[in-house]
Design a protein around this ligand. Structure first.
Ligand SMILES: NC(=O)c1ccc[n+]([C@@H]2O[C@H](COP(=O)([O-])OP(=O)(O)OC[C@H]3O[C@@H](n4cnc5c(N)ncnc54)[C@H](OP(=O)(O)O)[C@@H]3O)[C@@H](O)[C@H]2O)c1
Length: 325
């Protein structure tokens, strides 16, 4: 038997239960991992609330973690018992002492990276890899806008942008978060609790606006994001922290200057073992070379996952948060 967090019905953090469960034997192409650290992500709250439907109920929670291989299926070729591994793209159920995953979803964890660092960076860091290096391939010298720059994804984006020689303008909701984003490498910050974001972007770019806006806040920032993109610029709507963007009239993209919009997911970039490993190699190299630091701001026992999700939803976390089994 092992412990895990699960929910039987959708709702607030109170639906999360800490229960005993019997981990499955790994299938022929699966690996069973003893989790050493687990990552907390906004997407975990979408599955819990029902914004994203889980495959079935009761459902496990969480998509990111790191640990040690304890069993492998008969056709597994890349991993053996005792290997240090990490994952960031599900399946749901990472909030557990033991998790079973397809071999294709795992990467080997270099010895130089701790389990906590890996659990704090796999989902968020791979996301930053594809956002900055694939969705819009930044070359250096660009000025970009990134919302929620002090959050988990945002903190890594600030550092990665600085390493690329990109001027990242980060939005935040407080002076403390602005200072944190600056310390992580943001070139400028805008506090959207009291500043007009579009106006400030115009000022900061001498009226040019930006070629790419990264928006994980969603509903509350969508129209502002369109206003900040230069003509023929790209708005990358990659999350729903304030609610989902819906009812979009495509004509608005014409009116704002032939804009492009994409709604990407990590799963469609890290869509096979080869692409996942290539993205993870680049991420790990950024960490090992000292260009990227994984800031773990809070640690919770696995049993307190509901408390951790409450803090995340209330905007009281910064950087990465991990759960410890
Ligand atoms: N598409 C993908 O592949 C992908 C992958 C990973 C993450 N994501 C998305 O990226 C975003 C960031 O994820 P994360 O896990 O790193 O979370 P996070 O950024 O640590 O937390 C969300 C942040 O959003 C901001 N926010 C603005 N309005 C909010 C509201 N009404 N309620 C709550 N937060 C609000 C808050 O920062 P301020 O207080 O500074 O506003 C908050 O700290 C999420 O939308 C997530 O779904 C997408």
């Amino acid at each position: 038997m092992a412990k895990r967090i699960q929910f039987r019905a959708h709702g607030g953090p109170e639906v999360l239960e800490y229960v005993d469960y019997q981990p499955a034997e790994p299938g022929s192409k699966e690996v069973r991992v003893t989790n050493k650290a687990i990552g907390l992500n906004f997407i975990d709250t979408y599955y819990r609330s029902g914004l994203y439907p889980p495959p079935s109920l009761p459902s496990g929670v969480g998509s990111e973690g790191a640990g040690v291989v304890e069993a492998v299926g008969s056709e597994v070729t890349r991993f053996k018992i005792g290997d240090r591994v990490a994952y960031g793209s599900g399946p749901l159920g990472a909030y557990s002492e033991v998790h079973v995953l397809p071999e294709a979803n795992l990467v080997k964890l270099p010895d130089a990276i701790s389990f906590e660092q890996a659990a704090g960076v796999m989902l968020k860091g791979l996301t930053v890899q594809y956002l900055l290096r694939q969705t819009y391939e930044l070359k250096g010298g660009e000025t970009i806008l990134f919302h929620a720059a002090a959050g988990g994804v945002g903190s890594l984006a600030c550092q990665w942008a600085r390493a690329l020689g990109v001027k990242l303008i980060g939005t935040v909701s407080s002076a403390e978060k602005a200072a944190l984003a600056k310390a992580n490498g943001a070139w400028a910050t805008i506090d959207y609790s009291h500043e007009n974001v579009a106006q400030r972007v115009l000022e900061l770019t001498d009226g040019k606006k930006v070629p790419v806006v990264y928006d994980g806040v969603g509903k509350d920032t969508w129209l502002t994001s369109l206003d900040c993109a230069a003509p023929r610029g790209l708005v990358v709507s990659f999350g729903n922290a304030s609610g989902a963007v819906d009812g979009v009239n495509l004509g608005i993209l014409a009116g704002k200057g032939s804009l492009y919009v994409t709604r990407p997911t990590l799963g469609s970039y890290a869509n096979n073992a080869e692409n996942l490993q290539r993205m993870a190699d680049e991420l790990f190299e950024m960490i090992i070379s000292g260009k990227l630091t994984v800031n773990i701001s809070q640690r919770y026992p696995l049993a307190d996952a509901a408390k951790a999700q409450t803090e995340l939803s209330a905007r009281r976390t910064t950087g990465s948060v991990v759960l410890l089994p």
